[in-house]
Write a protein that binds this ligand. Sequence first.
Ligand SMILES: [Zn+2]
Length: 400
Amino acid sequence: MQQKNYSKYESFSYLEKDKDFRQFVLPGKERWAETTHIPLDRREEELLSSVFKDNITISMRDHGFIAPDIEKDILQYCKQLHTIYDYEGLSWSGVDVIFENFMDGIAINSSANGLKWDDVIYNLGIRYADIAKQETVYIATNTNEINLAQERNKIALVPSLEAANIIENEVDRVDILYGFGIRCMGITYNDSNTLGAGLTEENDGGLTNFGKKVIERMNKIGMLIDISHCGDKTSLDVIDTSDSPVLITHAGAREIWNTPRMKSDEVLQACARNGGVIGVCAAPNTTLSNRDPNHHTIDSVIDHIDYLINLVGVEHVGLGLDTFYGDHGAIQHAFDDMLSIDVSHKGTQQTESNYVVGLENPTEATKNIAKYLIKNGHEKDHIVKILGENIYRVLENNLR
Ligand SMILES: [Zn+2]
């Protein structure tokens, strides 16, 4: 795997640690180690390198975020602006384009409850300052810029938002967020907001009148719509209302794993019919599979990919593995209550997973999925579509 540019810059190294910002203990280089080795023969190795070299690889959801090593530090770490980004780890990921929400769902600088306007804007500004100092990633807000990723040997980050709570009742904030670079926005998180119902709500009243105005504005300005965390009725209403394809950037199929966090066949089919793409998630305790309910592994994630290919066709399947660096399980615990994570995962699982075996971090995740698809005999044509071609089609036609 060719490494992307890496200038040895470390996040905020232009500042003085413990004077300008507090330094926390972070995991060492093992944070991007390969947890599962998938051996390939020579023919398979050649196929793997041609998939990455000749085609664009796009993750619909991943993060350069590094979580602190000590669980009790998590909230303090997320309260400060200067969280650390893993440029070196990402440089080995093989990925060309990442929809990056900069962990805005857990930015808690101004409020302990998250998803606030100030937090998101502060978070974007501080991240952009850090990004301006290095050579591995750059911000891309249109397809021309995205197209330069391979030529520049860098990763194009498409700024995204986890949920539209921060819009409150101000539709013009869509334009303002667009002005700050946001090109993809989730409609709700797990709980409801002024736009519609989140996936943990018992009563999903569908998209609100205000939600319709926001969708219309997003269509007009050319911002992509994400329903990963919406309830079923709200999801169907969004698809029905939007003139542009709607994305499910990071989720899975409820037929494979029955929890609110997974999507019903009806929602998945409506998304595909409307030209959307479904990114398969690998955040721990999301895309499990009935065949091994207590172990979240690359096999479970592949079960979702295979199911989706059969249900909606390979043209509508992508990857939104949703990995970062460090203990994902600990982050979920720290924000369980604030983000209703536990409720969203409620199913028959008895034993929690801290990460998905084989897909622990962004450095190994996409490569391992590609290797696994090759091992399982998927055609090159299919692998290329899943790894980026499908979502590229949506970006090309809808990002303005
Ligand atoms: Zn999410």
